[in-house]
Design a protein around this ligand. Structure first.
Ligand code: PFF
Length: 455
């Protein structure tokens, strides 16, 4: 019988607690704000299909790898990798995966908090009935006025970052479990209500065919990369967030089943958001490729024109802010635990440093929507560069390194023990997929981007 480590930061009370927390990390702005506008910008159906393939062939196997590495090492990602390398006599360089993960989490948090601030602002707009009976133009103007005001964006960014820091300072596990248990299903129900509204717009079939009828002439090579990047972003993989949650997972919990449940829940929420949004887009003659404003320019039309819309709108944005909050916690957690473990900081100081620096960097994102909107590199604003670099480059790079580490570096015995899939075949399939299919699929995407295959 193997001996197992224990995490100095405690353990989830059960497998369900882990599933809820990891789902809380996965489901967030990525599903409801980002997925629809990425699909809209990249031609709809083909993007969605590539995205789903990426979730199944790349996302789930990498998520399993992250969880098993985390549980095996039971420390912050950097120290976990270091421990495993020590134990199995491999180069300490592998801990670089942990370093890059901390950096990526920090970079994502800086802009994530800004966008989450928008959802907080919309709680009050929706609740006060601002959108009542408004059409697309008026709703669009409210949004463009809002993002052109750096002071307001800064205030909401500060509030959101503050809220995140408070929870992380108190320790991730207290409260997260209970909160996710009730609020995630509530968000789900509200999405269903929005889908109900979308069904009555008269443009439901247009919305569905936009999302589910693949037209490969509409997706560019960069669109394929964006679909892969979105799968990483949405599942919270490639940077150690799921690894750190895995480090708190009880030893007897099934990693395979948990990962599949998390990925399914995450995908369902993203698809439902798309199904709710696109009929509204077409019914109001809006542009599906309108980038970051899509959710804020469409859903308020629905809330403004449905019975009880002010209440449902307010509730929806509260829940969205909450979903963003449970994701933000997991973005900051790897760096905080590392500061606690390796520099001996207390948790509160670690949180204050990390949060304050991410807050400062977030100001760049705020300005990219107003004061700096004319400063672009290759037509990309400061926010676009951060988003591209994190989602399309660093998360997939982290993912491929995690893959190599799990199936080529770690001993087969230890991964087999962690996964403890009851049938021999299950383990062999996972290992085969991660050894051959996942890297080939990622390589295929890269070739496409380099223009070597297809157009
Ligand atoms: N998965 C989150 C979302 O979809 O909003 C964002 C995220 C959280 C990305 C944690 C990466 C991460 F490590």
């Amino acid at each position: 019988m193997a001996t197992h480590r224990e995490s100095m930061h405690g353990q989830w009370s059960s497998r369900w607690a882990f599933i809820l927390a990891a789902t809380g990390s996965a489901v967030g702005l990525g599903n409801i704000w980002k997925f629809p506008y990425m699909a809209g910008e990249n031609g709809g159906g083909a993007f969605v299909l590539v995205y789903l393939l990426c979730v199944a062939l790349i996302g789930i196997p990498i998520m399993m790898a992250e969880v098993l590495i985390g549980r095996h090492g039971r420390r912050s990602p950097t120290n976990t990798l270091m421990e495993i390398c020590k134990e199995q006599h491999h180069s300490q360089w592998w801990q670089l995966i942990g370093w890059s993960g901390m950096l990526v989490g920090f970079l994502i948090l800086s802009y994530y908090s800004v966008i989450a601030g928008w959802t907080l602002a919309y709680v009050f707009r929706a609740g006060s009935g601002t959108f009542t009976a408004l059409g697309g133009d008026a709703v669009g103007k409210i949004f463009s006025d809002f993002i052109s005001d750096p002071e307001r964006l800064l205030a909401w960014h500060t509030i959101f970052m503050g809220l995140t820091m408070v929870v992380v300072a108190r320790g991730v596990k207290s409260g997260l479990e209970t909160a996710v248990t009730y609020l995630m299903p509530a968000l789900f129900v509200l999405l269903l209500i929005l889908v109900g509204y979308a069904m009555n717009t008269g443009y439901f079939t247009e919305g569905l065919s936009f999302l589910f009828k693949p037209d490969f002439s509409k997706i560019s090579a960069n669109g394929v990369l964006a679909a892969m990047g979105q799968a990483f972003f949405s599942l919270s993989i490639g940077m150690g967030a799921i690894m750190i949650y895995g480090s708190y997972l009880p030893q007897d919990a099934s990693i395979t089943r948990s990962s599949i449940i998390i990925a399914l829940a995450d995908t369902l929420v993203a698809i439902l958001a798309g199904v709710a949004i696109f009929p509204i887009v077409f019914a109001n003659g809006l542009d599906p490729a309108q980038s970051v404003g899509l959710v804020f320019n469409t859903l308020p039309i629905a809330f403004g024109n449905m019975p009880g819309g002010a209440f449902f709108g307010m509730l929806f944005f509260i829940l969205l802010a909450f979903a963003a909050w449970t994701s933000a916690i997991s973005l900051i957690e790897p760096m905080v635990t590392w500061l606690v473990e390796s520099l001996g900081m207390n948790r509160v100081t670690a949180v204050v440093w990390t949060g304050a620096c991410a807050w400062l960097l977030g100001i760049g994102t705020i300005f990219s929507f107003n004061l700096w909107s004319d400063y672009t590199i290759n037509k990309m604003s400061f926010f676009d560069v951060l988003d591209y670099l994190t989602s399309n480059v660093l998360l997939p790079l982290g993912g491929i390194l995690i893959t190599i580490f799990a199936v080529w570096i770690m001993s087969e015995k230890s991964t087999r023990e962690e996964l403890s899939i009851s049938h021999e075949q299950g383990y062999s399939i996972w290992r085969f997929v991660l050894r051959y299919i996942t890297p080939v699929a990622m390589f295929f995407v890269l070739l496409k981007v380099a223009g070597i295959i297809g157009s």
